[in-house]
Write a protein of this length. Structure first.
Length: 398
C-alpha cells in the first residue's frame, strides 16, 4: 500500500531508491551487499555442521577452508558481475570451481552441505546467458540429487525444486534488470530526440517568420527611400508600415518560441496580398477560402506553406504576377485541401530546395500532407496538399 505523506512532515527517502541508477560508489556497494546477503542464509546448515563438532579436527579445518574458498569465489563472481561483467572464460572457470567445491564438500562432509548447490544455481542464473543457464541450472540440480542419493540422504530431494526455482528466478531478475537498463537508455534517447525535434521546430518557425517579415521590411525600406525626396507623406506611411511589421514580427517570434503560434490562413492570405503588392507583383489572392471543418493544425500548416511560398516569390523569383489558389479536391487517397502558388518568374537560383522548402516538407509530412515544387507552365509552382474533411468545392481567388 502506498504511504501518503502527512502535511508538515518531512518526506522520508528510501535508503535504496528503486528503479534508479546508483548515485555513488557507496550506494552501489550497499545495494550489492543487501542483494547478496539475502542468499547467505543457506550457509547456516554447513556452519552449524562444523560448529557442532561432527567431524575430526582435520575434517573441520578442511571444511572451514573449503567453505571460505567457496564463499570467496561466489562473492567475487557475483560482486564483480553486478558491475563490470567478467570475461566468459573466467565466469565459466569460477562456476566449475564452485561446482567442484560443492560436490567435494557434500561427498566428504555430508548432506548438510548440499545447500551450497543453491549458490551454484544462483551464480549460473545471474552470470550465464539464458540459452546456457537453462541447461546449467537443471544440471546443477541433477548433480546435487546424485550426490545426495550417494550419501543416502533425503535432503537432496527436498532441495531439488528449490535449486531449480532459485536459479531460474535469478534469470528472470537478470532479464528484468537488463530490460530496465534498456528502458532507461530508450527514455534518454526519446528525450534527446524530443529536444532535437523542438530545436528543429523552432528553427523552422524562426526561418518562416523572420524570412517573411524581414523581406517585407526590406522592400518597404527601399520603397520609402525612393519616395522620400518627392513624396515624404507616402514615405512616412511606408515607415509606419515597417514599424507595424516589425512589431508583429516580435509578437510572432515570441509565440513561436513558446510553441503557441498557429497562423491563420485568412490572415496569411491578406498578408500575402500586401507583400506581393509592395514588391510590385500583381497578386491574385482569394479573399475568403472555405475552411469549414478544417482542423486548426491543418489550417496552420497551409498558412506556413503560403508564407514560405510568398517569401520565395518576393525574394527570389523576379516575377511580375503571382496567383494563389485554395481548393478542395477529391483524390484516390481521399479529400484534400490544396494550396497552389504560381508565379511567372525565373524560379530562383535553381540550386535545389533551400531550408524553407525542406522545413515546409517536414511540416506537411507531419500533417499527413505532401509538397510539390518545381517549374510550372509560366514560372515556378508550389502545391501543398493536406487531408481535409469532405465539403463543397472551394473557390480560388480571381
Amino acid at each position: 500500500m502506498t504511504e501518503v505523506p502527512v502535511a508538515g512532515e518531512p518526506r522520508r527517502e528510501s535508503p535504496i531508491p528503486l528503479g534508479q541508477s546508483p548515485s555513488s560508489r557507496k550506494d552501489m556497494l550497499l545495494r550489492k551487499v543487501l542483494w547478496i546477503g539475502v542468499w547467505l542464509v543457506f550457509l547456516s546448515s554447513p556452519i552449524h555442521d562444523l560448529v557442532a563438532g561432527n567431524h575430526t579436527v582435520a575434517g573441520t579445518t578442511a571444511g572451514w577452508l573449503g567453505l571460505a574458498v567457496f564463499v570467496g569465489l561466489y562473492l567475487a563472481l557475483v560482486f564483480r558481475n553486478m558491475g563490470t561483467v567478467m570475461a566468459p572464460r573466467r565466469v565459466a572457470g569460477v562456476l566449475v570451481a564452485l561446482g567442484v567445491l560443492a560436490t567435494g564438500l557434500s561427498l566428504t562432509l555430508g548432506a548438510h552441505w548440499l545447500g551450497l548447490y543453491c549458490y551454484v544455481s544462483v551464480a549460473c542464473g545471474s552470470t550465464l546467458p539464458l540459452r546456457i543457464a537453462r541447461w546449467a541450472i537443471p544440471a546443477t540440480a541433477g548433480t546435487m540429487l546424485l550426490v545426495g542419493l550417494h550419501a543416502g540422504e533425503d535432503e537432496a530431494q527436498n532441495l531439488l525444486v528449490l535449486v531449480v526455482l532459485i536459479g531460474f528466478a535469478m534469470t528472470g531478475v537478470v532479464q528484468l534488470l537488463r530490460t530496465t537498463v534498456e528502458l532507461r537508455k530508450a527514455r534518454a534517447t526519446v528525450a534527446q530526440l524530443a529536444a532535437n525535434e523542438e530545436r528543429l521546430r523552432l528553427a523552422r518557425d524562426l526561418h518562416d517568420l523572420l524570412g517573411h517579415s524581414l523581406s517585407l521590411i526590406t522592400l518597404k525600406s527601399e520603397l520609402a527611400g525612393r519616395m522620400l525626396p518627392d513624396h515624404p507623406d507616402k514615405a512616412a506611411q511606408q515607415v509606419a508600415d515597417i514599424e507595424q511589421v516589425s512589431r508583429q514580427a516580435l509578437v510572432d517570434v515570441r509565440e513561436a518560441v513558446t510553441g503557441y503560434r498557429r497562423p491563420r490562413l485568412a490572415a496569411e492570405l491578406a498578408g500575402a496580398q500586401v507583400a506581393l503588392t509592395a514588391a510590385g507583383v500583381v497578386a491574385e489572392v482569394p479573399a475568403e477560402p472555405d475552411l469549414a471543418g478544417v482542423p486548426e493544425e491543418t489550417e496552420a500548416t497551409l498558412a506556413w506553406a503560403l508564407r514560405e511560398a510568398v517569401t520565395n516569390v518576393v525574394r527570389h523569383s523576379g516575377a511580375g504576377r503571382c496567383t494563389v489558389e485554395v481548393l478542395r479536391r477529391q483524390t484516390l487517397d481521399g479529400p484534400v485541401l490544396e494550396l497552389a502558388v504560381e508565379d511567372d518568374g525565373s524560379g530562383g537560383s535553381g540550386k535545389g530546395p533551400g531550408n524553407g522548402l525542406t522545413g515546409l516538407t517536414e511540416r506537411l509530412e507531419k500533417a499527413g500532407g505532401t509538397l510539390e515544387a518545381g517549374r510550372g507552365r509560366r514560372g515556378f509552382r508550389l502545391v501543398a496538399r493536406v487531408p481535409a474533411p469532405t465539403a463543397g468545392d472551394v473557390i480560388s481567388g480571381a
